[in-house]
Each structure stands twice: as structure tokens, then as C-alpha cells.
Ligand binder design. Structure first.
Ligand code: HEM
Length: 309
């Protein structure tokens, strides 16, 4: 029901008085201010001016815009994650509600990846991609932010090193051994590819700060700290497992299938713009990233992603 206009005016006056602002000037401002429009509020013109292809191939537009759509949906995901992590009086119901949103966003991404796999002409892609070298989706930090909000860094360690991490490790050490190093680090010499060096120069400091801040309050830690009766709610466990499946199996698999469509024509595997050994690296069975390990049996972890192939 609409509030009485006199009441509203009283509240407005009180608000500005308490801020020590001139109430009359504020009213005059309201009198002259133009009503908001859709296009200003949504920033339509700015948003639609952000697509700048580097070539004349029409399908480069699809490539750019689908990456941008992904960035927006990942931002929507981390927006929900932060609300759970920063909540000091978290309940299972609030957690379930937010996980529902995260799951819908990541499902949108996994279910729409055919925009890439089928929506771009491979011949056009295999021409315009040279203008993108040496950039790669690998350098998308939003996925990594979502991972840091979701779990302990130990759970993101390279699957080959997980059981042999040094004692008393700190956060920079864990980043040195994180799964994504395998896309660009020569483990014999320690030398890193240009792709990886650039990525770390731009984001590592930010990643370390975020991991420090969320070390005790990422989604996994928030779950662990819930009281027993809340923690055991089947809908909560179900929603958490769903996030693990969508984020760490389904999306990586649809992405890998798209990469194969464009970079592996059956007779020849083309080198990716970022230069990784991508066929192996991108497979979720190889990476074995699991946000919520305590919710899965040893057998399920050992066979991670096998049944979704
Ligand atoms: C035809 C489309 C695509 C192809 C062929 C492709 C190919 C690849 C390849 C080969 C890699 C391995 C790193 C490298 O050497 O470059 C990679 C990594 C990655 N790409 Fe894509 N990609 C495509 C679309 C996308 C889209 C739309 C996104 C959304 C942002 C994306 C995000 C990523 C991410 C996050 C990684 C790192 C994955 C990880 O570290 O596990 N890619 N991509």
C-alpha cells in the first residue's frame, strides 16, 4: 500500500536534516531532476558500444558477445556467493536460496554453450583467432574469483600434487601449485608461458588478497560452520553438489567440446591461442576440481566426471 504523502515528506525532511543538508535545496533538486529512463538506468548505449571486433569476419561478433554474456553471468554468481560468505547469521534456508540462484546462472552458461559450439563458422573462427593470439579465455579472472569464493585453495591444488603439499604452506605457495599452472608451467624447469606470466602479473595480487579474506568464510567453510541440524538438510547438500557438478564438470565439458569443434578437426589438433596442451588440460577428469569434497564419497571423487563424458 502506498504510504501517506505527508508521512513521506516528514521522513524526507528528517533524513536531510539529520544529514545537515538544506531541505529546501533538496526539494528544488527533485523538482528539476529529469525522470529516469530505461536507457540511462540500464546504460544501454554504453553496454552496446562495448563490442569491438578486430577483423571484418561477422562471426567474431558472436565470439566477443558470448564472452561478455559469460562475464556478466559470472558476476551475477559471485554477487550471490559474497552474500553467503559475508553473512554472519547464515541459515540453511538463506544458503539454499542463494545456491539456487548460483546454480541457475551456471546452468544458463552450460546450457547455452552451443552459441559457441554451433553458432560460429569454424572457417571464420580459424581466421580471426590469429588476431587474438596470445590472449585466451584462460585469462578470464571471473572464473577464478568464483572458485576462491567457493572453496579452500587446497581443493584447487593441482590434482597430482594434492596429497604431497608441503607442510605449513601459505597462500602464495598454494597459488604456485594451483590447477591452472598446468596450462602454462613447465614442471621440470619451472618456466612459465607468456599466457600464464601475463595472467599472474595482472591478477595474482588480487587473487591472494581475496583468498586471504575468504579463507575462513568461503562457501565450503560457511557450510562447515553451520550447526549440525542445518548442515544435514538434504536440499542444502543437494544444491551444493549441484554447484560442484555444474561448475566443475558440466561447464568444463561443454567448453572442451566447443574447443574440440574448432581446434581438432579429427586429423589435426590445432595449437590454441593461449598455447596450452589444451586437450588434456581442459578435461575435468584431469583437473579434478571439487569445491565441496566432504559431500562426495572417495569413489565419487576418484571417478570425478567419468559418468558425464
Ligand atoms: C570456440 C570457442 C572457444 C574455444 C575454441 C576455446 C578454447 C580454449 C582453450 C584451448 C583453452 C586452454 C588455454 C589455451 O591454451 O588457450 C581455453 C581456456 C579457457 N577458456 Fe576457452 N574457448 C572458447 C570459448 C570460451 C568462452 C566463451 C569462454 C567464456 C569466458 C571461455 C573461457 C575459458 C576459460 C575460463 C579457460 C580456462 C579454463 C581452465 O583453466 O580450466 N572459453 N579455452
Amino acid at each position: 500500500m502506498m504510504e501517506n504523502i505527508d508521512n513521506l515528506q516528514e521522513k524526507i525532511k528528517e533524513k536531510y536534516k539529520s544529514l545537515n543538508l538544506d531541505v529546501e535545496a533538496m526539494y528544488k533538486g527533485l523538482l528539476h531532476a529529469k525522470p529516469i529512463t530505461y536507457w540511462d538506468y540500464i546504460e544501454v548505449e554504453s553496454l552496446l558500444s562495448l563490442q569491438k571486433p578486430r577483423t571484418d569476419f561477422p562471426d567474431e561478433m558472436v565470439f566477443i558477445m558470448y564472452h561478455q554474456v559469460t562475464e556478466l553471468l559470472l558476476k551475477m554468481m559471485t554477487h550471490e556467493m559474497k552474500q553467503v560468505c559475508d553473512n554472519d547469521s547464515l541459515t540453511a534456508d538463506f544458503f539454499i536460496n542463494k545456491l539456487g540462484r548460483m546454480n541457475r546462472y551456471i546452468q544458463m552458461l552450460a546450457n547455452s554453450f552451443d552459441v559457441m559450439r554451433l553458432g560460429m563458422d569454424p572457417n571464420q573462427y580459424n581466421e580471426f583467432r590469429f588476431t587474438l593470439t596470445p590472449a585466451s579465455g584462460f585469462q578470464c579472472a571471473s572464473f577464478r574469483f568464483a572458485e576462491i569464493y567457493s572453496t579452500d585453495l587446497e581443493n584447487l591444488a593441482d590434482s597430482r600434487l594434492k596429497n604431497n603439499l608441503a607442510d605449513n604452506y601459505d597462500i602464495p605457495y598454494l597459488f604456485e601449485n594451483i590447477y591452472w599452472q598446468a596450462a602454462g608451467k613447465d614442471y621440470k624447469t619451472g618456466k612459465k608461458s607468456y599466457l600464464l606470466t601475463q595472467f599472474e602479473a595482472k591478477y595474482l595480487k588480487q587473487f591472494i588478497e581475496l583468498a586471504e579474506e575468504y579463507k575462513t568464510k568461503n562457501l565450503w567453510q560457511k557450510y562447515i560452520s553451520l550447526p549440525e541440524n542445518e548442515k544435514n538438510k538434504p536440499e542444502l547438500i543437494q544444491a551444493m553438489k549441484e554447484l560442484d557438478i555444474e561448475f566443475n564438470i558440466k561447464w568444463p565439458l561443454v567448453h572442451l567440446r566447443a574447443a574440440e569443434q574448432y581446434l581438432d578437426n579429427g586429423s589435426k589438433v590445432i595449437e590454441a591461442t593461449g598455447g596450452s596442451e589444451w586437450k588434456k588440460y581442459l578435461h575435468p577428469m584431469y583437473q579434478k576440481r571439487v569445491f565441496f569434497p566432504g559431500l562426495w564419497s572417495k569413489e565419487e571423487m576418484d571417478n570425478w566426471a567419468k559418468e558425464y563424458q
